[in-house]
Each structure stands twice: as structure tokens, then as C-alpha cells.
Design a protein around this ligand. Structure first.
Ligand SMILES: NC(=O)c1ccc[n+]([C@@H]2O[C@H](COP(=O)([O-])OP(=O)(O)OC[C@H]3O[C@@H](n4cnc5c(N)ncnc54)[C@H](O)[C@@H]3O)[C@@H](O)[C@H]2O)c1
Ligand SMILES: [Zn+2]
Length: 347
């Protein structure tokens, strides 16, 4: 039976064989190749999302792979096709869907959180979720398309314009991708990140990076913008301190785009919102156009996906990889190799 990596309870992941059924009408079965471990998977691993996640749960929503079988009525897709998946299933009937916001459907099934994800050797999904990958794009890099689509969406939500000053708070994988996407949109970008390893990596990608623990951010912002302050801040750290930084760096009429998942309510300096007429914009997930743009950014190398991949481990090492990411910032993106070759053949 094919193997899967499953979240079983707080801070525990196992690998176990799972049954697979042939794909039903409108579905395809995929052999996932590479699956990224995301900050959200870490929130699940911490037990912070137990109210939502039914254990044992197969995680994984950043992936690339190849189609193995297609179900009845599926057209335009064939075994062997290289794909990634936009892991969203919506009901098309709720008020959000009816207003054109299917990606944040009020009854959204986020595949990999609310239903089984890609960290397994065989994965069945609706054909409607498939996004085609160019043959020229190596599948390991293609696993970065999903987080890149997040970044594309966020930069769109914040409406970053040419020449605007942009601060990204939190230089994890999502923060760095937002910084790259904001730069591609013409922004003048600074990244604020605590981890020295992650700061170094962001610098190697040509980004200017600040250490909030060692530097006087207010002075740096003044030096950079004069009296003005930044036009846009992205909160991508998920920490109280990050929220404070993101509010503090903004100038008059600045926009704060909230990307991170905060598992508890945070204190926000609302006086600052009043005084400077700030705007808070939520940003969640992506739509198909964000995904298609992300495929191009990764395929063209505008997002140097290979530089963000710290290491690739077989499925059986997924638990250890979660521990390593737990341990802090000496890693950026870890991919789980789900290919049959990496585990030995499917039994
Ligand atoms: N909005 C969405 O649709 C969406 C999609 C994907 C991920 N997320 C969320 O975005 C967040 C970032 O994802 P990630 O994978 O990059 O996570 P991550 O945990 O790897 O990165 C967060 C980074 O913030 C840094 N940090 C912590 N406190 C800080 C502070 N006070 N100042 C500056 N930096 C600080 C950490 O060192 C870390 O590098 C997570 O909360 C994740 O759940 C949201
Ligand atoms: Zn809906």
C-alpha cells in the first residue's frame, strides 16, 4: 500500500500505509513528487488547529506531481501530465461564492487541512483543481508554485505600485516570496527577520534585510523614507512583535496587509490607525490567475525556487523534517520527496 505522512496529535507525525480507491467521476489520481512543508503545516503540527483538523490527517498542500489515473468524464488530462494543485474546493452557493470570492468560500474545503493532503504516494483530487506545469520546469522547483501564488495574491491585495516603499515583516518562505513578488511589482523592499540564517538567505537573493533585535527600526525607516514612513507593510511573522513592527513602520495612509495566521488575538495600536489613516487589508490564499502567474514566475526564474529549498527528504523522514523546522531558522523550505523511487516501489 502507498505510504502517507500523517499528523496524529500535537507534535506527532507518523508514516503509515493508506488505502487508495480508483479516482471517481471528475477526479484524478496523482503521484505526488515533491511536497513542501509550510508554516501552516507547522501550526497544525503544534496542535493549534486541532479544532479544524481531524487526526490522523495527511498533510501537504504545496506540491508537484504527475497524473497516474483519470476518472470518468475527465477531459484534457492524461496519465503522465505534470501538475500542481490549487487545493481549494468551494460550494459555489454561499454568499462569498455568489459574490465571486470562491477562494474564500464560507464552506471552503482547503485540501491538505480540511481533507487529506499531498504527503503521500497517491493522492486523489478533483480535476478542477489541476494547474498544468510546463515540461521545462523541474518538479522540485514546481513545489514552490503554491506559496508563490500566495505571494502574488498578497501583493495584489496590497496594490503595491511602482516605486512604493514596502516592508515585509517575517522573512520565512512566504515573506521572502512576497518580497520578491513586491520587488517584481516595482516596490522598494525591506525585509525584517529575526533569524540570522534567514536574513543571510534573503540578502543572497539581493534583498535588503533588517534585524529587529539589533537595529533601531524607527531610525532605519527615517533614514530610508525621510519623514514619510513606508507605503505598505506585510505582516508575515505571525508574532505579536511582528504586528507591532508592521504598524510602526507605516506612514500616513499606509496599508498593512495581514498574511500570517495568528492563532490568538493580538494587540494592535489602533491610535496609530486613527492618527495616520492606515488601512488594514486581509489576504488569504489565491485564485486561479494568481496560480498561473506564479507558475510563470517560478518557470522564468523570477522566483529562484531552487535557492529557497534547503533540503529534500523521503516521506519516512517527514517527522524529522517537521522537528527541524520547529528548531528554528536554520532551514527555509524543506520538501518531502513522495516519489516511488524515494521510498522503494509502492507495495
Ligand atoms: N494568508 C495566507 O493565505 C497564508 C498562506 C500561507 C501561509 N500563511 C501564514 O503566513 C505565515 C508565514 O508563513 P511561513 O511559511 O513563511 O512561516 P514561518 O514561520 O517559516 O516564517 C515566519 C518568520 O517570521 C519570523 N519572525 C518571528 N517573529 C518576528 C518578528 N517579531 N519580527 C520579524 N520576524 C519575525 C520568524 O523568524 C520566521 O522566519 C504563517 O503564519 C503561515 O501560516 C498564510
Ligand atoms: Zn461558497
Amino acid at each position: 500500500m502507498p505510504l502517507a505522512a500523517r499528523y496524529t496529535s500535537a507534535r506527532t507525525l507518523d508514516t503509515a500505509p493508506v488505502q487508495t480507491a480508483p479516482p471517481g467521476p471528475g477526479e484524478v489520481e496523482i503521484a505526488p513528487a515533491f511536497v513542501g512543508i509550510c508554516g501552516t503545516d507547522l501550526h497544525i503540527f503544534h496542535g493549534d488547529m486541532d479544532a479544524r483538523v481531524t487526526a490522523p490527517a495527511v498533510l501537504g498542500h504545496e506540491m508537484s506531481g504527475r497524473i497516474v489515473r483519470v476518472g470518468e468524464g475527465v477531459e484534457g488530462w492524461a496519465p503522465g501530465d505534470a501538475v500542481t494543485v490549487m487545493p481549494l474546493r468551494w460550494d459555489d452557493t454561499c454568499p462569498a461564492c455568489r459574490n465571486g470570492h470562491q477562494h474564500i468560500c464560507q464552506h471552503l474545503d482547503f485540501i491538505g487541512i480540511d481533507s487529506p493532503g499531498a504527503m503521500q504516494q497517491r493522492w486523489t483530487v478533483p480535476a478542477s483543481t489541476l494547474i498544468r506545469l510546463p515540461d521545462s520546469l523541474p518538479l522540485d522547483r514546481a513545489a514552490l508554485v503554491e506559496p508563490t501564488a500566495v505571494a502574488v495574491h498578497d501583493v495584489g491585495r496590497a496594490q503595491v505600485r511602482e516605486g512604493e516603499r514596502v516592508v515585509v515583516v517575517g522573512g520565512g518562505p512566504v515573506g521572502v516570496l512576497i518580497a520578491l513578488a513586491a520587488r517584481a511589482a516595482g516596490g522598494d523592499v525591506r525585509v525584517v527577520e529575526l533569524s540570522p540564517h534567514r536574513r543571510l538567505l534573503a540578502e543572497e537573493l539581493g534583498l535588503t534585510v533588517w534585524d529587529p533585535a539589533a537595529e533601531d527600526l524607527a531610525a532605519l525607516v527615517r533614514e530610508w523614507t525621510g519623514d514619510a514612513g513606508a507605503d505598505v507593510a506585510f505582516e508575515v511573522s505571525g508574532a505579536q512583535g511582528g504586528v507591532e513592527t508592521a504598524v510602526d513602520v507605516l506612514g500616513v495612509r499606509g496599508r498593512l496587509c495581514l498574511v500570517a495566521i495568528h492563532s490568538r488575538p493580538r494587540e494592535v495600536n489602533l491610535h496609530r490607525f486613527f492618527w495616520r489613516e492606515l488601512t488594514l487589508v486581509g489576504a488569504r490564499l489565491y485564485d486561479r490567475s494568481d496560480f498561473e502567474r506564479a507558475v510563470s514566475l517560478v518557470a522564468e526564474g523570477a522566483v529562484p525556487a531552487d535557492r529557497l529549498i534547503t533540503k529534500i527528504v523521503p516521506l519516512t523522514d517527514a517527522p524529522a523534517a517537521f522537528e527541524a523546522l520547529e528548531g528554528g531558522g536554520n532551514v527555509m523550505k524543506i520538501l518531502v520527496d513522495c516519489t516511488d523511487e524515494a521510498q522503494g516501489a509502492v507495495q
